[in-house]
Design a protein around this ligand. Structure first.
Ligand code: FPP
Length: 241
C-alpha cells in the first residue's frame, strides 16, 4: 500500500529512537559496528518511506549525549559512519527534495564532522519534500537547562530557546508520533519538551530490520488514536465532525 498520508494524515512530525543495532549484530555473531552499518541502511529506507508517505518532518536519534560513555572504538566508528553518511547522502537528498539538518551540541564533534554537517545543511536547505533531522550529541535535559537560563516566560519563548540551544532554525516542533524499536519502552532523554502529547508506538524488532511497511503501520496506528489534548472524548469528537 502506498497511500500518501500528506493529504489525509495529521501526522506532521515522526521521531524515532533507533534502538537495537548492537543486539542485531550480536544475534548474527557480528561486531557491533556492523549493526550500526545495517542501521544506516535502515535510516535510508525510513527516510525514503517518510518522504513517500507524506510525513513532512522526521527526527532520528543517532547519538545521545550519554552515548559518549560507550567504548571509544564504538564511538569512533559511529562518528565515522555519520561523516560518511552525510557526505554520501548529500546529493541524493538534494535530488529528492530532502532537507537534512543536525540537532544537538556541535562543540564536542570532530571539525571534519562539523564541516560535513554544515555542507549538508547548506546544500539541502531548499528541500521541501521532507525535513530529516538527525540528533547527534543530543540531550533533551541539557537543552532544557540551557533554555531555562534565558528565563522563558511562555511556552513559545521556551520552544524558541530550546531551538536555539539545539541548532534548530525557528522554534521546536511538537512530536506527533514517537517510535522506538528494539523492545525497550523508554524515552531516553529524547525530545522531552516536544513529546508532551506524542503518541507512542513501540516495535520489538531491532532497528536494522525496521521496514517501510513498519512505518506505514505505525502511521495507521496513529490515525486510529483519538488525540484529546486535555479535552473530553465527546468534545474531541465534536471538533472532528
Ligand atoms: C542504539 O542501538 C543505536 C545507536 C546508539 C546508534 C544509532 C545509529 C545508527 C542507526 C547508525 C546510522 C545513523 C545515521 C544517522 C547514519 P544500540 O547500539 O544501543 O543497540 P543495543 O541496545 O542492541 O546495543
Amino acid at each position: 500500500m502506498s497511500r500518501n498520508f500528506a493529504t489525509q494524515s495529521t501526522c506532521h512530525h515522526v521521531a524515532i529512537v533507533m534502538d537495537g543495532n548492537g543486539r542485531w549484530a550480536d544475534e548474527r555473531g557480528l561486531p557491533r559496528l556492523e549493526g550500526h552499518r545495517a542501521g544506516a541502511v535502515a535510516v535510508r529506507r525510513a527516510t525514503e518511506a517518510a518522504a513517500r508517505l507524506g510525513v513532512p518532518l522526521l527526527t532520528l536519534y543517532a547519538f545521545s549525549s550519554d552515548n559518549w560513555r560507550r567504548p571509544e572504538d564504538e564511538v569512533r566508528g559511529l562518528f565515522a559512519l555519520f561523516t560518511v553518511y552525510l557526505r554520501e547522502e548529500r546529493e541524493r537528498a538534494l535530488r529528492e527534495g530532502v532537507r537534512v539538518s543536525v540537532i544537538g551540541r556541535r562543540d564536542r564533534l570532530a571539525p571534519r564532522l562539523v564541516r560535513e554537517i554544515e555542507r549538508t545543511e547548506e546544500t539541502t536547505r531548499g528541500g521541501t519534500r521532507l525535513h530529516l533531522r538527525i540528533a547527534i550529541d543530543y540531550s533533551a535535559r541539557d537543552l532544557l537547562v540551557a533554555a531555562a537560563s534565558d528565563v522563558p516566560r511562555s511556552r513559545d519563548e521556551m520552544s524558541r530557546a530550546i531551538a536555539r540551544a539545539m541548532h534548530a532554525e525557528a522554534s521546536t516542533e511538537d512530536v506527533d508520533l514517537f517510535i522506538r524499536t528494539g523492545r525497550e519502552r523508554r524515552l531516553s532523554d529524547f525530545l522531552l519538551w516536544e513529546c508532551a502529547y506524542a503518541e507512542l508506538v513501540f516495535y520489538d524488532r531491532m532497528w536494522p530490520d525496521f521496514s517501510a511497511e513498519d512505518l506505514e503501520e505505525a502511521l495507521r496506528a496513529f490515525e486510529r488514536r483519538q488525540r484529546r489534548f486535555g479535552k473530553t472524548p465527546a468534545q474531541t469528537a465534536e471538533v472532528a465532525r
